[in-house]
Design a binder for this molecule. Structure first.
Ligand code: IMP
Length: 401
């Protein structure tokens, strides 16, 4: 069985918790895109983990993890995550592998990320400043460093020196503390595996692919340019592995409302007190940067778009419990521009001009209430996709099936 579990919104849908919950049915959880910009929070009850690079597999069970070529790896972050897990009693060193073709996030990438945002001024994307975009860009510039490059220290030194020259010449950024990166590599080197070796292991196993961010942040199909640097859509599974994978199931995760961090269009955004109530109720603060997330009502046109381009077979709804106790719940159902009803514009960036028509629902006090059932049925009938699980709280096992 090969399944992908991915975000249908702008990230922060609760993928970490859901992936961990589902992982017990699988042999491997595989990260296929993104980097330490992701922050997947998992509440186990007596302890809590925030995964930035380690895949969200249930650390209490025998599931293994794999970080594929599509992920950009900050060696310091992964080393710290593994150490932290060891400290609380989970030694995952025999349960985790990383593709030798994964690119490494270097200090220069983080400096450039920050500098680029500053230069863009009011056009800044609002990145996490984790060096994600510049690392992917250097992969395409063909000056990136892959984990495999660390095997030959002489060639590695040449590559470092090329990067150094380019960054100095083009961006006035200087960096030559190569040893710190080499030391970090040495600490995790035993986890590195060739992509073909890993392919064999995955072929005969049950694999759960874990998406990062969400379809609306996909570098091509998202709200460009307010997106991340990679393919968060389900299409990222194959490009992230580098070979053909036949997926049996695509499970899309969405929140009963919607949030985004950083800049970019957001048609159903709530401002002032309304936004603040949702932010506090849902503890909507970034797991990676701590930034307050922008909050708004569920946006059906965007949800339908994300379903369409991802091939989503079934959905899991999270955080409906956060809305409990509210008198009225709204759902954005249609867009209009200049008073004219529109389908989703092919260029998603144009949704910044959309006025939203809303459907209104009576609030619920508990997820057992018939008002909540009506809300679920409405979303299923509008999207044509079944909601198979409902997450009822932050802890891993709080799920309605
Ligand atoms: P970057 O991925 O750091 O380049 O940031 C690009 C955009 O994606 C920014 O709006 C970030 O806030 C957003 N972003 C990146 N990672 C996540 C995530 O894990 N959750 C939500 N938003 C994210």
């Amino acid at each position: 069985m090969k399944t992908v579990c991915f975000g249908l919104q702008w990230g922060d849908e609760g993928k970490g918790k859901v992936t961990t919950y589902l992982s017990k049915e699988y042999d491997y959880v595989v990260r296929y895109s993104g980097g330490s910009n992701a922050g997947h929070t998992v509440e186990y009850g007596d302890f809590k983990l925030v995964h930035h690079l380690v895949p969200s597999f249930d650390v209490r069970k025998g599931v293994k993890g794999y970080i594929s070529n599509g992920v950009v790896v900050d060696l310091n972050v992964i080393d710290k995550e593994i150490e932290e897990l060891k400290r609380i009693g989970f030694d995952i060193s025999s349960k985790l592998n990383i593709s030798a073709f994964a690119h490494v996030v270097l200090p220069v990438h983080k400096i450039l990320d920050e500098k680029m945002e500053l230069v863009k001024g009011d056009k800044a994307v609002g990145t996490t400043k984790r060096g994600i975009g510049p690392t992917y860009a250097d992969r395409v510039h063909r000056i990136g460093i892959r984990l495999a490059d660390f095997e030959d220290k002489y060639l590695l030194a040449e590559k470092f020196s090329t990067i150094n020259k380019i960054y100095k010449e083009l961006y006035d950024i200087e960096w030559n503390n190569y040893n710190s990166v080499i030391e970090q590599y040495d600490r995790i080197s035993k986890l590195i595996i060739s992509p073909l070796e890993m392919k064999k292991d995955l072929e005969n196993s049950n694999v759960l692919f874990e998406g990062t961010q969400g379809v609306l942040l996909d570098v091509d199909m998202g709200t460009y340019p307010y997106v991340t640097g990679t393919f968060c859509n389900t299409t990222g599974v194959e490009s992230g592995l580098g070979y053909k994978i036949n997926l049996d199931k695509r499970i899309g995760i969405f929140k009963a409302y919607i949030t985004r961090v950083g800049e970019g269009p957001f048609p159903t955004e709530l401002f002032g007190d309304e936004g603040e109530i949702l932010r506090q109720a849902g503890k909507e603060f970034g797991a990676t940067t701590g930034r307050p997330r922008r909050c708004g009502w569920l946006d059906l046109p965007l949800l339908k778009y994300a379903i369409e381009i991802s091939g989503c077979d079934e959905m899991i709804m999270t955080k409906a419990d956060v809305l409990a106790g509210m008198e009225k719940i709204k759902v954005g159902v249609r867009y209009a521009i200049n008073g004219k009803k529109i389908e989703m514009p092919y260029n998603l960036s144009k949704i910044d001009k959309a006025q939203v028509e809303y459907a209104e629902f009576k609030g619920w006090n508990s997820l057992e209430d018939k008002e909540f059932q009506k809300f679920v049925e409405f979303i299923e009938s509008e999207t044509g996709v079944k909601i198979t699980y409902i997450s009822t709280g932050a802890k891993v096992d709080q799920v309605l099936t």
